[in-house]
Design a protein around this ligand. Structure first.
Ligand code: UTP
Length: 469
């Protein structure tokens, strides 16, 4: 073990990180081994660079000044270049040919929500109490049933959510998804460092403070877990990507798929029209002929005349809110994996609990550390052809982000949106729902107003909470 310590010390010292061995003498052999494995996996040179580079922040004001509104397939467009019916048919065709898979990212820590288990296990169904995982899997199954074809799910977890997710899905028999159509893969981690010094933080005497490497970690994890090889083996040419927290995501939306395919797009993105210029969503923009995203945290501090800027035709530059729903062409993803450098790390300034040099646990109230994350949307400018498709927020975007009390993206607002949409479908089918009565439609029952109309009798009156399943 002394040799091991010496080897680690030698590795850490040039980067001034040997303090992580401070408690080595107190550790059992198993704990020493655990710490050694974590240290050996570190890319210390890159960490040092990341810490240093952070000191030169991007000039968001200049970028926002150069930005144009993204060219987009908008809702209610008068003369669309692709007829919606053609797009729908093309999407349906790809689904029926078995060329589409789903990537669901569920490795986040859900800190804002304050829920201990993986967020996918959160009971969101307003009447059924169904979890986000259940609803999303049922949407996949419903889409597969209509297409008469299997749609495999590649589900990304992180070290903290991996086992609970597997146990939960197993206990619920994957909500009906065949075992061979489910691949759960775990994303990587990055260490947190002290914001001032760049030195690694210890979460415990034998444990570095690590956190998931962002949803952009999907690219590397998909490749390293051999899921990308599986995707190729199964002949999945397009991958529908979504996040676990969107209760209204229209999984494998044939219309969106069709636009993507007919535009020969490598990466397509669904957006919603922002309600106000400073909405807390990422902004899809066009800069120097490429699509990219500027986060609300970078845009919102800028002056009003920048944030509310309009193009000559009156369109707001920053109208397109990112829903984090994408379709990737598989060949594009493979190219990005090969390029190795496509996704940069972003630095987040966060409060991270850690041990002080005497071994006391510190829980800082203010941000003390830098965390490093990759964002999947940084692939956007890399695509040779990328399109933006607008969807109606009320029908397709209800992310659960926040604990009760916040103005939006809470349990209450998400459930309100689910009920409102399902009420609208019922009313369109000629049913009546008494005011204030909660209704919920299982994806297996119907996935759209049209599907629902074929399932219910017009004239039905709903007087008490009801789950259509
Ligand atoms: P968010 O960025 O909203 O993070 O993730 P979060 O973990 O859900 O919540 P906060 O920020 O800690 O409150 C958006 C989506 O990306 C996934 C999440 O699981 C969610 O589906 N994600 C995020 C990952 O899969 N891995 C990550 O490292 C980060």
């Amino acid at each position: 073990m002394d040799a091991l310590r010496d080897r680690l010390h030698e590795r850490l010292t040039p980067f001034d990180q040997h303090h992580v061995l401070a408690f080595w003498e107190e550790l059992s052999d198993a704990k020493r081994q655990h710490l050694a494995e974590q240290i050996e996996r570190l890319d210390l040179k890159r960490l040092e660079q990341l810490h240093r580079c952070h000191e030169v922040p991007e000039d968001w004001s200049a970028l926002a000044g150069r930005a144009l509104a993204p060219p987009a397939i908008r809702l209610n467009q008068i003369a669309p270049s692709i007829a919606p019916q053609d797009a729908f048919n093309r999407g349906q065709q790809a689904l029926s040919a078995g060329q589409v898979g789903v990537i669901l990212v569920a490795g986040g820590q859900g800190t804002r929500l304050g829920f201990d288990a993986p967020k996918g296990m959160f009971a969101i169904g307003p009447v059924s109490g169904a979890s986000l995982f259940q609803i999303i899997i049922e949407k996949i199954l419903a889409r597969a049933r209509v297409a008469r074809m299997r749609i495999p799910l590649y589900l990304m977890t992180s070290p903290a959510t991996h086992q609970p997710t597997i146990d939960y899905l197993r206990a619920n028999e994957n909500f009906g998804l065949p075992e061979e159509d489910l691949k759960v893969f775990c994303q990587g981690t990055m260490p947190a460092v002290d914001a001032q010094s760049g030195r690694l933080l210890l979460a415990d005497k034998h444990q570095l403070a690590l956190s998931p490497d962002g949803h952009g970690g999907m690219l590397q994890a998909l490749s390293e877990s051999r899921c990308l090889a599986d995707i190729r083996r199964r002949g999945l040419h397009q991958l529908f990507y979504c996040q676990v927290d969107n209760a209204l995501v229209n999984v494998c939306d044939p219309l969106f798929l069709g636009y993507h395919l007919l535009s020969h797009s490598e990466l397509s993105t669904q957006v919603v029209a922002k309600r106000t210029p400073r909405d807390k969503v990422g902004n899809v923009i066009s800069v120097d002929g490429r699509l990219r995203i500027i986060e609300y945290s970078d845009l919102n501090p800028l002056a009003d005349d920048v944030v509310t800027r309009r193009a000559a035709d009156g369109t707001e530059i920053f109208w397109a809110g990112n829903t984090a729903i994408h379709i990737f062409n598989t060949v594009f993803l493979e190219r990005m994996v090969r390029s190795g450098t496509a996704l940069p790390f972003h630095v987040a300034h966060k409060a991270v609990g850690h041990l002080d040099p005497s071994g006391q646990q510190i829980e800082p109230e203010r941000p003390n550390a830098h965390k490093f994350e990759r964002f999947i949307f940084d692939l956007l400018p890399e695509a040779r052809q990328a399109i933006v498709v607008e969807v109606d927020e009320a029908k397709a975007f209800a992310p659960l982000k926040n604990a009760p009390g916040e103005a939006r993206d809470t349990l209450a607002t998400v459930q309100e949106q689910m009920i409102a949409l399902h009420r609208e479908w019922l009313e369109a089918a000629g049913c009546e729902v008494d005011p204030g009565v909660a209704v919920e439609i299982s994806p297996g029952f119907a996935q759209s107003a049209q599907e629902l109309a074929a399932q219910v009798q017009p004239g039905l009156v709903v007087t008490k909470p009801r789950y259509f399943c």
